[in-house]
Design a protein around this ligand. Sequence first.
Ligand code: 5GP
Ligand code: ZN
Length: 114
Amino acid sequence: SAARSLASCIFCKIIKGEIPSYKLIESELSFSFLDIGPLSKGHALIIPKDHAEKLHELPDEYLTDILPIAKKIAVAQGIENYNVLQNNGKIAHQEVPHVHFHVIPKPSASDEQG
Ligand code: 5GP
Ligand code: ZN
């Protein structure tokens, strides 16, 4: 089915390939890619393919798709320590108004030393 897209939205453009990204996993309902400003190595974003600004505006079926992808990313990266984060609204630090889940690896001190 054709994705519902917002022309002015940068994450909709990433889904359409109009803005390049480092793709990780794509499913029927969602798309994941590396964050352009990573808080740690491997910082990933998972987004629904249909445009919705905030979590409460997103139909449940997308959430059923997205959390297993967060698990897959953690398994593929072999990480045991990480944060899954999802911001809604400017005051809550949402910069991009298209629902996204962050998967942020939390390296140990020894990892950081390389
Ligand atoms: P927020 O603060 O909205 O929860 O997070 C938005 C995230 O999107 C930030 O971590 C930022 O680095 C990332 N981001 C913004 N624009 C782009 C982009 O064009 N490409 C990629 N890969 N990430 C982006
Ligand atoms: Zn969008």
